[in-house]
Design a binder for this molecule. Structure first.
Ligand code: SF4
Ligand code: FES
Length: 342
């Protein structure tokens, strides 16, 4: 075990834990933002630099500070390490610079982007970015590409986090897309215009932190804050069958994985990730396909919780009954909306 102190809070964690995961164990404001790291995807992290922190003391044995900010998702803790995140003005300044670089080529098209309201870059911009821009050059632009009949790639919005590439590598039998070229000409592309179509390909939509990969069956159907998320499951032969249904009225507009407070798809009891297969995601959009568990917990600061959460939902009687039961049973986690607001 190693003792590490992050923003003056000390915690003991297993050897080999990264600073980011140690901060996640503490939770709250000390957790650095992460745009490319994804706990269920091996070798993710180290691309975006949003998770940088200052290591004030390397370890008990060697107390020298690290000479420059380090990526917390790729740096493991040492016994006696002292780390600063939000208590370091230098880290906040450096992170604002990273956000500025990420936004250098990202369009400011939140008003027309399907990901608005659940976009990690939008949140990052608000929390760590600057109000003004210094960038005067034309942003790079790409045509939108359909990769298969269910997913659209809008490369203009991609921040090259590699998460979708790792999903394709680790979840699907053969990867047909990747990052081509380097630097400011880097882009996500399929090899020779292959379609990405295998049973688990829809998960690239869930891991994309921005609006670069979107669900074509949901595009422009509704702003996300006008929809009502509900947790549901079904007995699926391919995946865990644990999903989130996004209702507008009594219509299921889309099906996604359930995300945790770090924006990642949740884990099953056995520690595996509750990835969602394409059949659950695209072919089961009727309430009768699912066993409804109850309203999803939404973080208090999310715009999804705005607009009178679950206030005006009109469901069939049976579904409404399940909501009420779930609302009565639900335990209120700190920082979450009250699911009793049915
Ligand atoms: S398309 Fe999305 S998930 Fe893939 S690299 Fe770009 S930002 Fe990341
Ligand atoms: S989350 Fe650590 S570098 Fe991207």
């Amino acid at each position: 075990m190693a003792r590490v102190t992050i923003d003056d809070i000390t915690i003991e964690v297993p050897d080999g834990t990264t600073i980011l995961n140690a901060a996640r164990m503490i939770g709250g404001d000390v957790v650095p933002p992460a745009m490319c790291y994804y706990s269920s995807l091996k070798t993710s992290g180290g691309y975006c630099r949003t998770c940088i922190v200052k290591v004030e003391q390397g370890s008990e044995k060697d107390p020298r500070p690290m000479p420059k900010p380090v990526a917390s998702c790729r740096t493991t803790v040492m016994d006696g390490m002292v780390v600063r995140n939000i208590t370091s003005p230098e880290v906040l300044e450096a992170r604002a610079g990273v956000v500025e670089f990420l936004l250098a080529n990202h369009p400011l098209d939140c008003p027309v982007c399907d990901q608005a309201g659940e976009c990690h870059l939008q949140d990052l911009g608000y929390q760590h970015g600057k109000a003004e821009t210094r960038y005067e050059f034309p942003r790079r632009e790409f045509e939108k590409i359909d990769i298969g009949d269910k997913i659209q790639l809008h490369m203009t919005r991609c921040i090259l986090c590699y998460r979708c590439v790792k999903v394709a590598d680790q979840l699907t039998p053969s990867r047909v897309h990747g990052v081509l070229n380097r630097g400011d000409v880097g882009e996500i592309s399929t090899y020779i215009q292959h379609a990405i179509d295998n049973e688990m390909s829809g998960n690239i939509i869930d891991v994309c932190p921005v609006g670069a990969l979107t669900d074509k069956t949901f595009r422009f159907k509704s702003r996300v804050w006008f929809t009502k998320p509900v947790d549901a499951h079904r007995d699926c032969p391919t995946c865990s069958g644990k999903v989130r249904l996004w209702y507008k009225g009594d219509e299921v507009l889309r099906v996604t994985g359930r995300k945790d407070e770090f924006g990642e798809v949740i884990k099953n009891e056995d520690g595996s990730t509750a990835w969602v297969c394409n059949s659950c995601r695209f072919d089961h959009k009727k309430t009768s396909d699912w066993v409804i568990e109850g309203p999803s917990k939404v973080q208090r600061d999310s715009v999804i919780g705005a607009n009178h959460y679950l206030h005006e939902v009109k469901f069939e009687t049976q579904l409404a009954q399940k909501f009420l039961e779930a609302g009565q049973r639900a335990e209120l986690g700190e920082g979450f909306l009250n699911p009793n607001n049915v």
